[in-house]
Design a protein around this ligand. Sequence first.
Ligand SMILES: [Zn+2]
Length: 482
Amino acid sequence: MQLPSIRSFNAASPALPAPKPEAAKEVEFSYNSQDRLVMNPGTTVLKDVEAGPRTERMAMKGTPLQPNEDGNYVFEAQDPRSTSAVAFSAAQKTLETFESALGSKVDWAFRRPQLGVYPNHADRPMLNAYYSRNDGSINFFSQKDAVTGTLIQSGSSGEVVSHEVGHAILDGLRPGYLAAWNSDTGGFHESFADSMAILMGTQDDRVLDKVVAQNGGDLSKPSILSGVAEELGRGINNASGTNRTGGDYLRQAVNKFKWADPRTLPERGGPDQLGHEAHDFSRLWTGAFYDVMTRINQEKMDAGVAPRESIKQTGEECIKLMANLVREAPKGQFTYRQMAEIFVKSDEKHNGGQRAGLIREIFTERGILSPNLYASAEDAVPVSENFRMVQTTLRGDGFGQFEGAVVKTPVDEAFPLGKDVETEKRTREDIKRLIDAGRILMTDPGQRVETKDLFDAQGRPYVGVVTWENGRMNIERVPIIA
Ligand SMILES: [Zn+2]
């Protein structure tokens, strides 16, 4: 997105040090794939870590973090430095895990080699975290729990960190998605991010011990694996005084949501009601994906694999399924149904179709695929190399001060949502809902818009922002995602 007035675009980035020739340096870090409500951090080992700390692909930002005398970054759980170490190690491990499944490197969507990790913006208290393409960074915050009084730091949760790195990875592979307006594309972004958080837990032995103790390996029963961001979720519920999320978690992957057209849903649902807002609507896709995990795991256990090992193997396999999906995924705006069809086909193309039938069955049970829309395995999947932008002008009732604004929507020719006039109609409806929900930021011509201006009073990034071009009002997608 072009937001020429954002200051950070023009900030000179410091020259990177030349890579050092000596052998891979192994450094131990505090690490937690969950959060402190669930368990205290353990440790992990990262390779090729330079002072900062930094690696080829990640750089710690904010307050510099010094290693201990032994050169390691291992701290007591309540030491503020522990949060920084966990944020950094969880970010690096999430990227490595996904790239290993993908079999190739992910190029960031911003023009810098390293993703910046800000473990805690202490000057902006809130219960949130976000990825910003503008700054090439993931950002974490803290706030006191309204009931328990403990300081909740989103950067101390490996799940929240993996979620934000998930956004950065998907933005690198499919930058068009952060230009899309519909709930399905936004919901998939959130689900991909939550799935990365869940899958990282399957690769952590300490988590597996607790999960098996909780459900014996039956993933259809809720556990710390299916609950995402327990500490943050509890903090949000305590701050609002209501059980908004349904339990001590931000989102729950064990759920029964079925497809409903997001245009018919309220903005925010509840524990058992889907809403059209991206995080809310993501729960449907995550629930279906977690069902796939549950069934694969059950199959392995039925074949005699012990629960702990079975969940680990299932996690490894599901990271690959997700990587295969993204390799074939549309470049522009899409519907869940289109993405589910690609999920089936990506498995046929890259995994010999081993899980294609299962994916089809589960996404049909969820109402995302319709039984009579099964595509045949022989269908070649045309995937265009790029997407084009369909331009829509907002005219008609209900646009208020945004009347006449020009909005662009990314369309991948291989995944049409109808003719351009239909794309324009959908975009008008999507934008109307966002305007009604207060998710579009109005600006004045010539106003200098900085990254910090792109958040509402609750600290949520706006979905769209008005930019001005020779007196013409445009609404552009904000490339920041919480
Ligand atoms: Zn998110």
